[in-house]
Each structure stands twice: as structure tokens, then as C-alpha cells.
Design a protein around this ligand. Structure first.
Ligand code: GLC
Length: 407
């Protein structure tokens, strides 16, 4: 059967995913929260539907605005029943499969069109109708598009209802809001329709994995996690026309490496334009990261948590960080030192060292205090984004414990 270990295999190998926020809000170009932030009434917002034409990926099948990018039989607010007349989820799932990508679907529990969402006490029937819609639409998504690999819930919070998790039945952690969404029942249904699926932790239940947002923060060992992050400003996942703070390719690679170093995944977001094309700022970054991954991918895919490394990004000395896999240790040198690079703390014998970007074999010296020196390196960094040196060790990496002081 699909045990936790078994269903997480592809996810832990993948390490790098693409998040796609695309919906009616893309037409406005001010981000996916525009409907609420500008208090656009549902009827006025709905007019937008008459304009639009759009290694794992996660697509917003329905965001907080309630607009479905697929053929929902239980709502009229869908891309099939309005101007576009297309089932984008069907097209997306097909393209993912063709490209050999695992298929992830994002679905927001919250729907801002229901007054009951904002005031459960005053509009209990509206709230009930929203929950009914949730169960019905998730059933549609899990039934009508073949095998779905990953379900990314969002919008668990309900105004005025605590989201803190407490122990339920002595086993699962559940929030007050999860009871109102009837999440346990919901996820039972999902798993019966999609036995191998991975479910994230945003239905108010812990389920399979944690989803830190805009930060790379590792969960406790043994628990899967995935950091999702925007390329531009902190605020705004959907298309924002004037988005002044795009992170550099180097920064994005650094986040990816940090996640992989802590055995976590990195879900990097794009917000396609109203017509579904990907803006230049995002395209060029994706291309550059892709180029880097072609050469250095083995240091990322299927990476493991290095024993004794306290937190992701906290190892590799002053120069960078490390990822590990089997008997290999990948040293990601972000701040290139020139001729000699030194790292303390490796207990193993280092058998060989190769710069992945150039294939250059590097001279190794190890002293009895556990200091490693790589010598004869080029003066300038072979890869300005991040030069990776692959170290083959005589066994699984072991590190000297410097009394809690990170390497
Ligand atoms: C937040 C936001 C939402 C975004 C999501 C991505 O929950 O409300 O707009 O889709 O993060 O993880």
C-alpha cells in the first residue's frame, strides 16, 4: 500500500518545483489578493471572467477569489463557463504528463464570494454552502483528471477561528478551523480517490508535509517540507505588473541549495501574465537556474539531510554551504576564495574532488585536525552563481562535533 515512506519517494527526489499562480487576478496585474484588498464586490470581480482568454508543478486551480480554472459542475464561476471556455486544468495536467512532470494542484478552501466565510455566525448557511462546494470541487479535481500527485491546499484560516494545532484523538494535530472545513473527512475522500497522493498541511491537519512560506526553514528530521517562494516582492504571487524587487538568479539558487541541504524542497513561484505567457524577468531566471541545474543537478535531486548539520545553510564554512547524497558531499562555494578553499570538520577521508562546472580535478590535503584544503583552484569562480565541488568520501559524511558550533 501507499505508506508515507512510499508516497514521499518522488517528492524527496525532486527537490525543485514550480508554483504557478494564474487566475482572473492576473488580468488586474496587482496580485492574487486584489479582490479582497480593494474590496471589489464579487459581482464586479466576476466581470473579469469575460476578458480572459491562459520537475513538478503546482497550479492554482482555484484561488481565494473562487474562480475555477477547470470545469466545475457545481459552480458557474469557471473558465469553461465564461469567456475563455477552456478547461485549463485539463490542459495543464496533459502538459505536465507530456513533460514528465509530477502533477500538483493548488486549491483554496476559502472563497471570498461567500459572506459566511467572513461572518460564520451571521451567515451560517452561506458558510455551509462554501464547505459543501469545497468537498464537491475537490472531489471533481480528484476524479476527472487522472492521477494527481500532489494536493496543495491553502486558505485554511477563517476570520475569528483559531488556526493553532492541538492534539486530536491522541494522534493527529488538528486546528479548530479544520473541523469547520471537515478536513479529516475531506482528506479521507482524497486518499480513497488518489491513493498515492501527497497532501500538504494547509487544511488544518498536518498530513504529509510542511509548507513554510517565503522562508527556507527545515522541519524536524523525518518530516518532509517544502518552501514556497515568490521571485519578486514578498507580497503577491499572482502577476504584478510593477514588481520592483526580483531576486537575482544567484539568490534563487542559494535558496534552492539551502532547502536541498536540509532535505527540503523549493517551490519557486511564477505569476504568468493575463494571456498566460511568462514575463521576461521570470523566464530568464528559470532559464539560468535550468542551465545551472543541468551541470549541478546531482547535488540537488534526492539530496539527504547531512548528519550533524544543525540547520540548512549552516555548513561549508565561510564560503558557502553543503548538500549530501550517499558518500558524496557537495560543497556549494558561493563566495569563491581564489586558489585555496578550506573547510573544517569532515571526519571522513576525502577520496576525490571535482569542480562540476569544469570537470577539473582538484588537489586535496587533509590535516589531522579535520581541516580540508583544496588547492590549485582557479583565481576566479568558474560559476559566478555558485561553484559546486563534488567530494567523494570513504563513507557516509561524518562531521566533527565542535560543541554545537556550526561548521
Ligand atoms: C498565502 C496567500 C496566497 C498564496 C499562498 C502561496 O497563503 O494567501 O495568496 O497563494 O500563500 O503559498
Amino acid at each position: 500500500m501507499f505508506t508515507y515512506q512510499k508516497r514521499m519517494v518522488w517528492f524527496n527526489q525532486a527537490r525543485f518545483g514550480m508554483f504557478i499562480h494564474w487566475g482572473l487576478y492576473s488580468l488586474l496585474g496587482r496580485g492574487e489578493w486584489t479582490m479582497l484588498m480593494e474590496r471589489i464586490p464579487p459581482d464586479e470581480y466576476a466581470k473579469l471572467a469575460d476578458q480572459s482568454g491562459m520537475k513538478y508543478m503546482v497550479l492554482t486551480t482555484r484561488h481565494h477569489d473562487g474562480f475555477c480554472l477547470y470545469d466545475s459542475k457545481i459552480s458557474d464561476f469557471t473558465s469553461v463557463k465564461t469567456a475563455a471556455q477552456r478547461d485549463f486544468v485539463a490542459e495543464y495536467v496533459k502538459s505536465c504528463r507530456k513533460a514528465g512532470m509530477k502533477v500538483g494542484l493548488y486549491y483554496s478552501l476559502a472563497d471570498w464570494r461567500f459572506p459566511g466565510y467572513f461572518n460564520l455566525k451571521k451567515y451560517p448557511d452561506s458558510f455551509k454552502a462554501m464547505v459543501k462546494q469545497l468537498h464537491g470541487q475537490v472531489r471533481e479535481l480528484m476524479t476527472n483528471y487522472g492521477k494527481i500527485d500532489y494536493l496543495f491546499y491553502d486558505g485554511e484560516w477563517i476570520p475569528g477561528v483559531p488556526t493553532a494545532r492541538t492534539m486530536e484523538d491522541g494522534k493527529v494535530m488538528a486546528s479548530e478551523s479544520s473541523k469547520l472545513w471537515r478536513s479529516k473527512e475531506l482528506n479521507r475522500m482524497v486518499r480513497s480517490l488518489q491513493p498515492g497522493i501527497i497532501i500538504n498541511n494547509r487544511s488544518g491537519l498536518d498530513e504529509d508535509m510542511d509548507t513554510p512560506e517565503q522562508t527556507v526553514t527545515a522541519s524536524k528530521a523525518g518530516r518532509a517540507w517544502e518552501s514556497c517562494m515568490t521571485m519578486g516582492d514578498f507580497c503577491g504571487w499572482g502577476y504584478i505588473k510593477n514588481n520592483p524587487n526580483f531576486k537575482t538568479t544567484t539568490q534563487l539558487i542559494q535558496y534552492l541549495v539551502t532547502a536541498a541541504g536540509g532535505a527540503g524542497n523549493y517551490l519557486l513561484n511564477i505569476g504568468p501574465k493575463p494571456d498566460g505567457t511568462i514575463r521576461e524577468e521570470e523566464r530568464s531566471r528559470l532559464k539560468e537556474i535550468g542551465k545551472w541545474m543541468k551541470v549541478n543537478g546531482e547535488s540537488i535531486y534526492d539530496s539527504e539531510k547531512a548528519p550533524g548539520v544543525p540547520a540548512p545553510g549552516w555548513s561549508g564554512g565561510m564560503l558557502g554551504t553543503i548538500t549530501t547524497k550517499g558518500n558524496n558531499l557537495y560543497w556549494h562555494i558561493l563566495r569563491w576564495p581564489g586558489e585555496t578553499a578550506s573547510m573544517p570538520g569532515i571526519k571522513n577521508k576525502v577520496l576525490s574532488a571535482v569542480i562540476l562546472a569544469t570537470g577539473q580535478k582538484v588537489k586535496i590535503e587533509q590535516d589531522k585536525d579535520g581541516r580540508l584544503f583544496l588547492t590549485g583552484l582557479p583565481q576566479e569562480p568558474p560559476d559566478r552563481n555558485n561553484t559546486v565541488i563534488k567530494l567523494k568520501l570513504d563513507g557516509k559524511p561524518k562531521f566533527i562535533d565542535y560543541a554545537g558550533i556550526p561548521l
